[in-house]
Design a protein around this ligand. Structure first.
Ligand SMILES: Nc1ncnc2c1ncn2[C@@H]1O[C@H](COP(=O)(O)OP(=O)(O)O)[C@@H](O)[C@H]1O
Ligand SMILES: [Mg+2]
Length: 367
């Protein structure tokens, strides 16, 4: 656990503090995102945790211990640090770059080389082809992965990441974010992650800390920040698409109605009746093997044939793990107000536009 107590940083020659009486706790195993406009003090805060910058006043504790009691070099060796500029040494190979901290710890050669290969594989790079390359021979995304691998070399419990995916294009960034989330689900490290991108914060954070002019303006889960912004600054920073962002937090699972009516081809004539009996929003159309092939909404059952419904409803299926936002987008695209929800290949229920509307509607207790 990391705790900041009344931490202030006033840079030499400056009148206003870069960080102003900041107090917060970052729980063990959580990813805390520091977000806010440029110059609001995010990087300064991050760097006071590993003593790359010394606070003017206040205290930083890691697992209850004041960081001032640790030797700064030893402290930094034990904390993973990733920066936007990546900072790989250009005249060293990928393997040598990753090995920097393990060497400082005096690990034997064998152990280091094993660990390098393990880390490269972990971040999705092929050890055999990457190990001996120089940074200039890598793409931006590959360099960023090496940067992450290097920070994880000695498996530090705490990682500090300063806009780690800021320098790569949006497609690669999205991919690296997903990889990071996958890794973090297993590693459960305590992570402070700086970004200026609220979408990245919402996607990556267990907690989000919103900074403005050196002050902590709001600290909470993405859900809390989106549903209860502390003030106009936070509201503006989130943007006008707050409802859509809220829908990006949860999978369809959250709002699914667990009523799944299924119909086979021979039963088609009775489909309308079956759906009405169960007061369902529609039905799954099963193929000969009993697998859901399409979803037909209740209103469209009377007077249409099986083939036509099958054709029209093939795309109206989503997985329970699909984000609500993406389900809404599919509804808009297909011009439908309900979709069939699958759990793998099993019908799991229905998601309706009305449920989504109620969930986000301010008047009905949502936002
Ligand atoms: N070494 C420095 N000397 C003087 N002022 C600095 C220094 N580093 C940062 N600052 C100032 O401190 C404030 C916070 O900077 P920083 O923590 O880098 O913000 P952020 O990472 O949120 O963009 C800014 O006003 C910046 O200009
Ligand atoms: Mg910064």
């Amino acid at each position: 656990m990391i705790e900041l107590i009344e931490v202030t940083k006033i840079y030499r020659g400056q009148q206003v503090p870069a960080v102003d009486r900041l107090s917060m706790k970052i729980e063990k195993g959580e990813t805390c995102i520091f977000v806010g406009p440029s110059g609001c003090g995010k990087s300064t805060t991050l760097r006071m945790i590993n003593r790359m910058i010394e606070p003017t006043s206040g205290t930083v504790l890691i697992d209850g211990q004041d960081v001032r009691q640790s030797d700064p070099d030893r402290l930094r060796m034990g904390i993973g640090y990733v920066i936007q500029q990546i900072g790989l040494l250009p005249h060293r190979t990928v393997a040598e770059n990753i090995a920097i901290v393990p060497r400082l710890y005096g690990w034997p050669k064998e152990k280091i080389s094993q660990r390098v290969d393990e880390l490269l594989a972990l971040v999705g790079l092929d050890p055999a082809t990457t190990r001996h390359k120089y940074p200039a021979q890598l793409s931006g995304g590959q360099m960023q992965r090496v940067g992450v691998a290097r920070a994880m070399a000695v498996d530090p419990p705490v990682m500090l990441m300063d806009e780690p995916f800021g320098a790569v294009d949006p497609v690669v960034r999205n991919y690296l974010q997903d990889e990071f989330l996958r890794l973090q689900r297993e590693m459960k490290k305590t992570i402070c992650f700086v970004t200026h991108d609220i979408n990245e914060a919402i996607k990556m954070g267990d907690k989000i800390a919103i900074f403005n002019q050196g002050r902590l303006v709001q600290y909470g889960t993405p859900y809390e920040i989106l549903t209860r912004p502390a003030n106009d600054f936070v509201r503006d920073f989130i943007g006008y698409d707050r409802a859509v962002k809220l829908l990006s937090l949860f999978p369809v699972e959250k709002l699914v109605q667990r009523r799944a009516v299924t119909v086979t081809r021979p039963e088609w004539a009775r489909a309308g009746e079956k759906v009405a009996d169960q007061r369902a929003a529609g039905c799954f159309m099963l193929d000969e093997a009993g697998r859901p092939a399409a979803f037909a909404p209740a209103g469209a059952l009377a007077g249409t044939d099986w083939e036509r419904q099958l054709e029209q409803g093939r795309e109206a299926l989503v997985q329970a793990t699909t984000l609500l936002r993406d389900a809404l987008s599919l509804m808009l695209e297909l011009g439908r107000d309900c979709l069939g929800v699958l759990d793998g290949e099993q019908p799991a229920g229905v998601i309706t536009l009305e449920e989504i509307r109620q969930y986000t509607c301010r008047k009905e207790g949502g936002l």
